[in-house]
Write a protein that binds this ligand. Structure first.
Ligand SMILES: C=C(O[C@@H]1C=C(C(=O)O)C=C[C@H]1O)C(=O)O
Ligand SMILES: NC(=O)CC[C@H](N)C(=O)O
Length: 770
């Protein structure tokens, strides 16, 4: 059998490191096809006929326990295969624990759990450790195998650095069946010496076992579908049209003093009843501000989870489009395929395209976790986008304004808008560079409903119980704070005063953040000042996909210099472990779509923000040659959209493994997260995109703009209730990663520090003692 036709089966127990393992496997056996299945996808009788086509099986890690059927699925049966189906198997973590359990070994809790921590692993230098030197390995486990010695298993490696423990088993083999397993994570980015080296040895041993046994591996003739071989970058599209790009009309000129705020005000941001979008960067990399020039013809796309349709609005025309064989993601991709554009200014990140937000729950829906959120007819949009055809991008470094339109023959708009901007600049009749004291948020009475500290702390303790039990390695627990404003003047929508805009201007001064933005997409308005990029993708060809997870937070204050922050964050086992777990999770998310080419460009760097120091890592990937070349049948940047689809909700906001962690968090949080913890940003018609994590931000839903089709087919912008009774309610979410090492009081404080960065905009503070 030539290596080219060999196949490896990877069984995924719903872990968030599986695609890292697939990538390691590919490095060890480059010509092999890797098929990935979930551990509950097939029954054993359904799987058996396929096994003769595989050279080996890898059993991945996962949440839970090897003796819980729902956690381990089909895996437990694999160690009992009869001789005619037998094949080499390599287990990782939960995989090792299953091998042990099925041979009568007791698997119990570790005295001190190891999540994202590195241990020195000593080994026998035999079998999968042949010619392997020093091993430093990352561990993600709460459980461990305790052998008595008569189970038919042999210990190949162990760790001696566990408190209250002599030697913790780190690798096993079966004495006469072709089974090997490791307790640590060979695929983790920080594992050294025992990663690819051990995988190469397993592959050598597996092939040797197959050869000496004379095991014939059957070709994959008409075997049907058993987990599409990895990687599988594109989803099947219901319809793929060939479309030709439109040209981007651009006019650029120098405009030194008007600034992004001035441009927004000139474009009518103060008319609260109209949609408005603006994305800007207010601290490093602080270069571009992107402003949508919307009008009543701008297309709006809204979708709520659970719906079989989306709402499409263009001016007065309002329709419900049935998704049919599409889901909202493939529909949006098909829409962007119809609206491709080319020949804009190459260094300008946005030429036109979709701007808006995606909720946390839309990611939960993609994970296949049933929602606990209100039903579709009671929801606000989970995907809320506007298609921007005319835009202004301000390059804050050179004070150049780029006017852009993707509407054919729109030169007149460019000339007219340039004239308006220049006139405003010349007459300087209004200072747009507003000083902090000049923001005009009217003072209002606000009621702040904070999360209850005792309840939050008790939930931290429950979260820790889940971590000790092995159900999760890290849980990002959050809570909502509500701010209810009593401002009689905002009870009626105004065309000349927008309190949300005034508030945003205040926020951008108080908390200038690299991922800021004002999104008024009725019924929802978001004021964003996020430090965290979720995903950016550069324009094809050869797009780079970049994710920048943050984990590790320290409040800025007297004496907290960079050196101190470095010590507190980079010098802390807990903080680095927290960050590492998300780095490994994000690598997995990216490997899922782009395949092998994923690199950690920056690991645990301390970055400075207005009110906090943060520990930030950067992961980048590129698709295999040709996958994201400009393709006339697909939207520009379709692969970036696919990375987004498969990677939400952001791992830094869930913890790992993502699916199980999300399920646990649903039991620990009172309400849906909604806009908080989702993403906001853009997808450019030229193929680039940039989506930030919606944190350190606030949002409100205003049901006077409920945007449902009225009986006449136009959106309703009036409430059925008395408009004077309107109460303005903002939601601010905040939270933090809980690990087994978390101190509940410190976690509560960390959450309140994050909350405070936004609460100040309402003139509210968290009372002392809280
Ligand atoms: C949960 C929040 O932040 C997340 C949690 C962080 C942490 O645990 O250190 C850091 C950044 C975010 O990924 C928030 O801001 O509300
Ligand atoms: N990474 C894993 O596979 C973890 C296995 C198991 N859930 C534990 O915590 O020990």
């Amino acid at each position: 059998m030539s290596p080219a036709s060999e196949r490896i089966l990877l069984v995924d127990s719903y872990d968030s490191f599986t695609f890292n393992l697939a990538s390691l496997c590919r490095r060890a056996a480059p010509a092999c096809q890797i098929h990935i299945i979930k551990n509950d996808q097939l029954t054993l009788p359904e799987l058996l006929p396929f096994l003769r086509c595989f050279s080996a099986i890898i059993v991945g890690p996962g949440p839970g326990s090897p003796d819980v059927s729902k956690d381990i699925g089909i895996v437990k049966h694999l160690w009992k295969l009869d001789d005619c189906h037998l094949l080499p198997i390599f287990g990782v973590c939960l995989g090792l624990q299953s091998l042990a359990t099925e041979h009568g070994v007791s698997v119990s809790r570790l005295p001190v759990v190891k999540h994202g921590q590195v241990s020195i692993v000593e080994h026998t230098g035999t079998d999968i450790f042949k010619d392997v030197g020093m091993v430093e390995a990352v561990r993600y486990h709460s459980l461990h195998a305790e052998l008595k010695g008569d189970e038919g298993l042999e210990v190949l490696a162990w760790a001696s650095d566990d408190a209250g423990h002599d030697k913790t088993v780190m690798a096993l083999k079966h004495i006469n069946r072709p089974f090997w397993a490791v307790q640590y994570h060979p695929e983790s980015v920080l594992t050294q010496g025992g990663g690819i080296e051990v995988m190469l040895n397993f592959w050598r041993l597996a092939r040797l076992w197959n050869a000496t046994r004379g095991r014939r591996i059957h070709p994959w003739n008409n075997m049907g579908n058993l987990g599409t071989p990895w990687p599988n970058p594109y989803p099947p599209l219901a319809s793929i049209h060939t479309t030709f790009p439109r040209a981007v009309l651009t006019s650029a000129f120098h405009l030194p003093s008007i600034g992004a705020v001035g441009i927004c005000e000139l474009l009518g941001v103060k008319d609260e009843s109209s949609p408005f979008v603006m994305l800007e960067s207010l601290s490093q990399p602080a270069r571009y501000s992107i402003i949508g020039c919307l009008d009543s013809a701008s297309a709006r796309i809204r979708y709520s989870i659970g719906d079989t349709f989306l709402q499409f609005q263009m001016g007065d025309s309002f329709s419900q489009i049935q998704l049919g064989s599409h889901d909202i993601w493939s529909w949006t991709s098909a829409f962007m395929n119809e609206h491709k554009a080319c020949s804009g200014t190459s260094n300008i990140p946005f030429w036109g395209g979709l701007i808006g937000y995606l909720s946390y729950e839309i990611g939960v829906e993609s994970l296949g976790v049933p929602s606990t959120a209100p039903p579709a007819d009671k929801r606000h949009p989970d995907m809320n986008l506007v298609f921007v055809e005319r835009s202004i991008v301000l390059d804050n470094e050179t004070d150049t304004v780029y006017l852009q339109s993707i509407i054919d023959g729109d030169e007149e708009w460019l000339i007219e808008t340039a004239g308006r901007l220049k006139l405003t600049e010349d007459t300087s009749s209004y200072s747009y560079n507003i000083a902090p004291s000049s923001t005009k948020v009217r003072s209002t009475t606000s009621t702040v409903i904070l999360p209850d500290k005792d309840v939050y702390v008790s939930r931290i303790n429950i979260a820790k119980e889940h971590l000790y039990a092995g159900d999760s390695y890290e849980l990002c627990l959050t809570a909502n704070t509500r701010v209810v404003l009593d401002d009689p003047l905002t009870s009626k929508p105004s065309r000349t005063y927008s309190s949300s805009w005034e508030r945003y201007k205040h926020l951008r001064e108080l908390n200038p953040a690299p991922h800021s933005g004002y999104l008024r997409l009725h019924p929802t308005t978001i004021l964003a000042s996020s430090p965290e990029r979720f995903l950016s993708f550069s324009r094809p060809p050869r797009s780079t996909y970049q994710l920048r997870p943050i984990k590790g937070t320290v409040r800025k204050g007297p004496g907290i210099t960079r050196a101190v922050a470095e010590q507190v964050l980079r010098g802390s086992v807990k903080e680095v472990a927290e960050n590492l777990m998300i780095v490994d999770l994000i690598r997995h998310d990216l490997h899922n779509v782009v395949g092998e080419d994923v690199e950690v460009k920056q690991f645990c760097t301390v970055e400075e923000y207005k009110t906090v120091w943060q520990l930030v890592s950067v992961i980048e990937g590129q698709a295999a040659d040709g996958t994201d070349e400009l393709d006339s049948r697909r939207a520009n940047g379709a692969l970036g959209w696919e990375v987004l689809r498969r990677s939400l909700p952001p791992g830094s906001m869930t913890g790992a493994p993502k699916k199980r962690s999300v399920e646990i968090l649903q039991t620990l949080e009172d309400s849906e997260r909604n806009v908080y913890s989702g993403v906001f940003g853009y997808w450019c018609v030229g193929g680039g995109g940039d989506w930030s994590v919606t944190i350190r931000s606030c949002f409100k839903h205003d049901d006077r703009y409920n945007c449902q089709p009225s009986s006449k087919g136009t959106p309703s912008t009036s409430s059925s209730t008395d408009p004077d009774a309107h109460v303005e309610e903002w939601v601010v979410g905040a939270g933090g990663a809980i690990t087994a090492l978390s101190d509940p009081q410190a976690e509560w404080e960390e959450m309140t520090i994050k909350l405070q960065s936004v609460l100040r905009v309402f003139g509210a503070a968290i009372p002392r003692g809280n």
